[in-house]
Design a protein around this ligand. Structure first.
Ligand code: ADP
Ligand code: MG
Length: 581
């Protein structure tokens, strides 16, 4: 104990002590609930963003009185006292300034985030503290006794590339092992093959085709594949194989192990993974192989249950970070013979704030290990972060992170902003209609729509038009649905009606339906608050043609009038400012 104190205490100890002391009696008043790293970061960023905004406001105020900063938008104006400008105009001008200010605050925040991101990626290698301290760097991957079968080794590299192409497997790294398309060629023992059969698993999925050989060879690996693509088997099957090998060579004695450690971000996932391991263990045993022992170190499962297995000598431990840290800290388990580490759903682990815990866990390893990271998504941040702890890793990426569907051919075409609408015409010729056009901004959708109408586009058989929203006026609606049902064909127009729709246009719509001899649904009647719509008398609005109202209450006309009125005010205001200069 005395000589231990002479050394600087390793961060892991300090970390645990701090946590404990916060629970001790005298500190109860100062108790602060644990806030996950992610949450803390968010709060910090929000604070920064807010501070930035406040600062901008303060500086804007001081500058507006000092009146000499050309960058400052408010320096020329003295809001509130300009009785010669209408309050409405002052309001809109102030709004514009506030928006500009909010934007710059957002920019600042983005810059700050970028800055934080960079510093995180650089300084925090996912490496054990002890390894970092000793400056140990492993240069070569672990060697295993497994080799691909000769029939695969004899094949030319072009074949391997072809297989990867076919299965959309992207690989990175030095000397990537060949992909293998059958479990039999992966040289799994009978028990495992039977276990696969019983699960109805016949041939490996793409991540397994490339991932399993890489892991069997002892390579460190980053495996990225979408959810449900079979990642679990990539790290469990090879682990069972090495454990068997170890056990056969030299049976595990009491309190020895684990040899392999699988860390999962949630209890559920850990449980599932453990069950899968047990399934194969059972089948291996049935074929006369020695027993592989695995235990589950998660909250909600009694520690004693896990310790029972550990005391008999444990090959595999499946754990969540919290429980594992606890057991390591209490010296209930050790990782001194652990040579195989897998982090499943690594991105979630980091996201959930387990980063620090994982680093602490890494510090308990004493020898070189094979390290595997699996994830459905793997943002650059984590990839960089992980790579520094992996030795010559193989990255296997199937279907790319973020997982766009593989069934979609993605074509990118460079088009200048002003030529986009025209270009759209060409794009529309690519496939037979119907075609859906999406645009982010409403103005764009309207512009596209207008343009296509202008071009008199007449695709003979658009069978279905979907109005994602009800247009603001009925004319537009008529044009939209007019895209279908052409040239004698039948068409359907589905309109998604939400609460946002104006009641006047809904009235028009109801009349339009009536006019066309179609049933007016009762919910529409409810929305416009009328028991029924009278048959149209042919005298709708003379301004817009809407059947549900008269020109005296035409919303479109009203809008135009309002716009003109506000322009008058605007002209005044501009004239005034011009006079000021
Ligand atoms: P991931 O971790 O990538 O989300 P899992 O490993 O949990 O995916 O596997 C998802 C499901 O696919 C499981 O039910 C598993 O039994 C099944 N599965 C795994 N490999 C194969 C395979 N080669 N063929 C058919 N089904 C498989
Ligand atoms: Mg999984």
């Amino acid at each position: 104990m005395a000589d231990k104190q002479s050394e600087p205490p390793p961060p892991v100890k300090r970390y645990r002590r701090e946590e404990k002391s916060s629970e001790s009696e005298e500190d109860v008043d100062n108790y602060q609930p644990y806030v996950p790293v992610r949450e803390r970061k968010k709060q910090q960023l929000m604070k920064l963003g807010r501070l930035g905004q406040v600062a901008a406001e303060v500086s804007a105020e001081t500058k507006s009185s000092s009146d000499n900063d050309p960058d400052d938008e408010t320096s020329q104006e003295d809001w509130g006292r300009r009785y010669n400008v209408s309050l409405l105009d002052q309001h809109s001008e102030l709004k514009r300034i506030a928006e500009a200010r909010a934007l710059s605050a957002a920019e600042r925040q983005a810059r700050e985030e970028q800055h934080i991101l960079e510093s995180v990626a650089q300084s925090k290698a996912l490496m054990g503290v002890a390894e970092l301290a000793k400056g140990i760097q492993y240069e070569e991957p672990i060697k295993t006794s497994w080799k691909p079968p000769r029939c695969i080794l004899e094949l030319p590299p072009e074949r391997h590339d072809r297989v990867r192409d076919q299965l959309m497997i992207l690989v990175e790294g030095e000397d990537v092992p060949p992909p293998i398309k059958t479990f039999r060629h992966m040289k799994f023992p009978k028990g495992i093959l039977r276990g696969l059969e019983e699960k109805g698993i016949k041939k490996p999925t793409p991540i397994q085709v490339q991932g399993i050989p890489a892991v069997l060879m002892g390579r460190d690996m980053i495996g990225i594949a979408f959810t449900g693509s079979g990642k679990t088997l990539v790290f469990t099957l090879p682990l069972l194989l090495v454990c068997l090998e170890q056990e056969i060579k030299m049976p595990f004695i009491r309190n020895e192990g684990p040899y392999g450690l699988i860390i999962c971000p949630s209890r559920e996932l850990a449980k599932q993974t453990h069950e899968i391991i047990q399934h194969f263990v059972k089948h291996l045993k049935m074929t006369g192989m020695p027993e592989i022992r695995s235990c589950l170190a998660i909250g909600g499962v009694a520690v004693s249950e896990c310790m029972e297995v550990v005391q008999r000598g444990v090959h595999v431990m499946v754990a969540t970070p919290g429980r594992l840290m606890d057991m390591l800290d209490k010296k209930m388990v050790r990782l001194n013979v652990c040579r195989y580490l897998c982090m499943d759903e690594a991105d979630r682990m980091i996201d959930m704030g387990f980063e620090e815990d994982v680093r602490t866990i890494f510090s308990y390893f004493t020898g070189q290990r094979q390290t595997l990271l699996f994830s459905a998504t793997m943002p650059r941040k984590i990839q960089n972060f992980a790579r520094s702890a992996l030795v010559k890793p193989v990255t296997v990426n199937v279907g790319r992170a973020g997982a766009a569907s593989l069934n979609v051919r993605q074509e990118l075409e460079p088009v200048k902003a002003e030529a986009r609408t025209v270009h759209l015409l060409q794009c529309l010729q690519k496939t037979p209609p119907p075609v859906l056009v999406f645009a982010e901004r409403k103005q764009d959708v309207d512009a596209i729509h207008e343009y296509l109408l202008l071009k008199g586009l007449d695709f003979a058989n658009i069978q279905h038009v979907i109005n994602y929203d009800m247009p603001e006026d009925i004319e537009n609606y008529v044009h939209r649905i007019g895209r279908t049902g052409r040239a004698g064909g039948e068409g359907v127009a589905t309109t998604l009606l939400g609460r946002a729709a104006e009641s006047s246009v809904l009235k028009d719509l109801a009349h339009l339906l009536r006019e066309a001899g179609q049933k007016v649904p009762s919910f529409l009647l409810d929305m416009i608050g009328e028991p029924d719509v009278p048959a149209p008398d042919g005298q709708g609005c003379s301004y817009c043609g809407g059947l549900g109202h008269r020109i005296t209450e035409c919303p479109k006309l009203e809008a135009v009038q309002n716009k003109q009125a506000s322009n008058i005010g605007r002209r005044d205001y501009l004239a005034n400012t011009a006079a000021d200069y």
